[in-house]
Design a binder for this molecule. Structure first.
Ligand code: ZN
Length: 125
């Protein structure tokens, strides 16, 4: 499905705010680390078939690895930390970043799916 740049920016901004990518009215999450089954405002399905969110997990893993690399290069260039402290810093980043980015990875994955094929309404899988 072809999308114009304004639609893409609008959808991605809704995702960054953890809102429904289709309408932007409701949160994608019911509570921490718990994705809603569907949007209470526009009725699109958030929880798709089994395995759908493997992509969200993969996005989280790849983003975490890139962020660890970024922190590592930052430490190499701008600090003079010894190896043990640097490894400790990278370990802490590697454990906390995926938890902090968890909701956004799921929301962005949903938004990407919405941009590519559109999220189905409940009962129309
Ligand atoms: Zn909605």
């Amino acid at each position: 499905m072809k999308r114009d740049p304004r639609t893409i920016i609008l959808t991605l901004s809704r995702c960054l705010k953890l809102r429904c990518p289709a309408c932007g009215q409701a949160s994608v999450f019911q509570k921490l680390f718990n994705v809603r089954e569907y949007c209470p405002a526009c009725d699109v399905t958030f929880k798709r078939e089994e395995g759908f969110f493997v992509g969200a997990i993969m996005a989280n893993v790849v983003t975490t690895e890139l962020f660890i690399l970024l922190v590592y290069f930052f430490c190499l260039v701008f600090t003079h930390l010894n190896e043990q402290i640097m490894l400790t810093v990278l370990f802490v980043v590697g454990v906390t970043f995926p938890l902090v980015f968890y909701h956004h990875s799921w929301s962005l994955w949903l938004g990407l799916d919405h941009l590519i094929e559109g999220l189905p309404k409940r009962g129309h899988r």
